[in-house]
Design a protein around this ligand. Structure first.
Ligand code: GAL
Length: 664
């Protein structure tokens, strides 16, 4: 079944969540049926953690209970997203395959008692996972309830065991070809790390001081490829028995043991889980960040919010509850940016077990609760948005994201601890979000020509091909902002010699960086244009670029901090320090103005999110989400799908989905 098949099957957008009926009994199942109808649930993810029940001992399956639940859900009009349970091997697995347990970098073997206690590279785990996936696919491949396959759950856990070492060496041989090439790539001439036999090469386990950065980066790449291989094995056995689409739920934004561009190419449907990590406007910005990433990884294909919490905001050491109305706003925040629905973890809050305090659609308090009332109201809303299915969102600004650059910046021995890749990327995205501009993420080697403006906030590592691509993008008329400490190493983490960044970028930017000069903690500097910066500075020489702001004082007095270079038909901007928020926002506003990228709805105040979904046939819908505390007039009064009427004003916290006149 194609994704269009799934959309047709659901009759619109998806609404529902993880459903774990094995935690309950008959009377509760009956109530579930009634409550799911009431909440207009049309998709339930079943079986994610059911391995122990499905295969109580190795090779012996018990499907009777699952048969009954799938039949019941089907009879109740709920389609099933059927999971393979391979993220949580049962306790017997530990005893039968002790060699397949995960080992941490410091040598501790982890055993069952939680979840994810397996080594993805262990042959016994891989064949056990493929066997249970095949058994499920054989039995349920044509089951009328099954609309989607959900392989595993949030592939991410790492392992440093002997199986991993063997697989890592195999991968390294394929990548580097010879030990000489590996020695060269990893710079093993330093610290007596030279390898004279493959058996000496290990995963980057706990060691005395800084790890070899090349080894650490290759390990991340290897692991990501290992995940892809494990996913493909399950996907392919499922495809042998079923024509329904296959997905896996990816953890965005912050979790990154996986090249999300690569896995997105392997799935039939990109699906993400998203749990905001800050309350209030932070949660809304984080939602937009996660959703824009998902849409970008999906490359314009439909994608789906597979999990979120009804009342869960992870805020450091505690989970905060959402404010009334946020269940709707966060869900619409995802749908606005292209999600084909809104699903949750989980349907009914567990009475016992490790996640008994995690929020759910039906809380411990039962259906007579604020949460269930908001869930039911949301179900009604999602059911009314069916006409949007298959439409997407077009952005005119791209933020470059490269997992290699992320992993490389996670390494040891960098000049300062202020290079949090994720934080830098989020800041760039949030600044655009606050300016009312929707952004895509793009890979540095993508065709970027459709974007008038591209931001490269944290491109520490860039291969030659990426640097050449960015130079071409500028030469052909694009505007590129490159930020400090970018383009300074190649794909082997070797420093660019002769001045940073990589030569093609130096040409496009018209500058040459001679020295990195991290600032002291809490040091604040003032640039010649009055703006303020922290954390980092560089000794930059203009080689053709005009200086828009210079450093003041100290040895960098008068040297360029912010530059702009006319190159071919475009402009290359370089920012060599970390501007404070208001000054960074002013810079982004200037770039947007120079490139003619307007906010989606310039008349709306900051805090009111506006995003348009477009269908290929010209139909358009404007999402308005008022995260602020003031009522605002609706910029283009039109039919609102949420109220079924015309709205002129958005109350504080209010939302609207306006059917706009069709685009010509
Ligand atoms: C997700 C995970 C779910 C559940 C949820 C809430 O990341 O996929 O299984 O654990 O978080 O914590």
């Amino acid at each position: 079944m194609t994704i269009q098949g799934l959309i047709d099957r659901l009759g619109g957008l998806a609404f529902g969540g993880d459903y774990n009926p094995e935690q309950w009994d008959e009377p509760v199942w009956q109530e579930d049926d009634e409550l799911m109808r009431r909440a207009k649930v049309n998709l339930a993810t079943v079986g994610v953690f059911s391995w122990a029940l499905l295969e109580p001992e190795e090779g012996c399956y018990d499907f009777a209970w699952l048969d009954a639940h799938l039949d019941r859900l089907h009879a109740n009009g709920v389609a099933v997203d059927l999971a393979t349970p391979t993220a949580s091997p049962p306790p017997w697995f530990t005893l039968v395959h002790p060699d397949a347990l995960p080992v941490t970098a410091d040598g501790t073997t982890l055993v069952h008692g939680s979840r994810d206690t397996y080594c993805l590279a262990a042959p016994a785990y891989r064949s056990a996972a493929s066997r249970i996936a095949a058994a499920l696919a054989q039995r349920y491949g044509d089951h009328p309830a099954v609309a989607l396959w959900h392989v595993h759950n949030e592939y991410a856990t790492l392992c440093w065991c002997e199986h991993t070492a063997v697989a890592f060496r195999r991968w390294l041989r394929a990548r580097h070809g010879s030990l000489d090439a590996l020695n060269d790539a990893w710079g093993t001439a330093f610290w007596s790390q030279h390898y004279t036999g493959w058996a000496q090469v290990l995963p980057p386990r706990a060691t005395q001081w800084h790890k070899n950065p090349g080894q650490a980066l290759d390990f991340r790449r290897f692991w990501s490829d290992e995940v892809l291989a494990a996913f493909r094995e399950q996907r392919d056995v499922i495809r042998d028995h079923s024509d329904r689409p296959v997905t896996t739920n990816l953890m965005v934004p912050g979790y990154q043991n996986l090249d999300l561009w690569a896995i997105a190419r392997e799935v039939d449907l990109v699906a993400i889980d998203h749990y905001p990590d800050a309350p209030g406007p932070g949660a809304a910005a984080d939602t937009a960040f996660g959703a824009d990433r998902a849409r970008s990884f999906a490359r314009g294909r439909p994608w789906l919010l597979m999990e979120q919490g009804t009342n869960t905001v992870y805020a450091g050491d505690r989970t905060l509850g959402k404010e009334p109305g946020e269940i709707l706003r966060h869900s619409l925040g995802h749908i606005a940016r292209g999600s084909e629905g809104a699903l949750f973890f989980q349907w009914r809050q567990s009475r016992a077990g490790a996640e008994q305090w995690h929020s759910a659609m039906v809380p411990h308090a039962g259906p007579d609760s604020r949460i269930f009332r908001e869930v039911t109201a949301l179900g009604e809303v999602v059911a009314g948005l069916g006409e949007l299915a298959g439409s997407t969102v077009a952005a005119r600004v791209a933020v470059l994201h490269d997992p290699d650059a992320w992993w490389a910046l996670d390494g040891d021995g960098l000049p300062s601890p202020d290079h949090g890749y994720h934080a830098i990327l989020r800041r760039a995205h949030r600044t655009l979000w606050e300016a009312g501009v929707t952004a895509d993420f793009a890979h540095p080697e993508d065709d970027l020509s459709r974007y008038p403006l591209v931001l490269a906030p944290a491109l520490f590592l860039i291969p030659d091909a990426g640097a050449v691509n960015l130079r071409r993008y500028v030469a052909d008329g694009g505007t590129l902002l490159v930020q400090h400490f970018s383009g300074v190493v190649d794909e082997r983490l070797h420093a660019r010699l002769g001045g940073y960044p990589a030569a093609p970028l130096r040409e496009a930017l018209g500058i040459r960086v001679e020295e990195h000069r991290p600032l002291r903690r809490s040091e604040r500097i003032t640039l010649s244009d009055g703006s303020h910066a922290t954390a980092w500075s560089e000794s930059v020489r203009a080689e053709g670029a005009e200086t828009l702001a210079a450093y003041t004082g100290g040895m960098l007095e008068d040297s360029p901090a912010l530059t702009r270079h006319r190159f071919g038909a475009g402009r290359g901007w370089y920012l060599s320090t970390t501007l404070e928020d208001p000054d960074y926002a002013a810079l982004i506003a200037r770039l947007l103005a120079e490139t003619g990228v307007d906010p989606e709805r310039p008349e709306l105040p900051s805090g009111v999110e506006a995003v348009t979904r477009h269908a290929p046939d010209g139909r358009r819908w404007l999402f308005l989400l008022n995260h602020g505390t003031e009522a605002v007039p609706v910029p283009e009064p039109a039919h609102d799908l949420l109220t079924g009427g015309r709205v002129d004003e958005l109350a504080p916290g209010g939302c609207a989905v306006l059917r706009l006149p069709e685009a010509a």
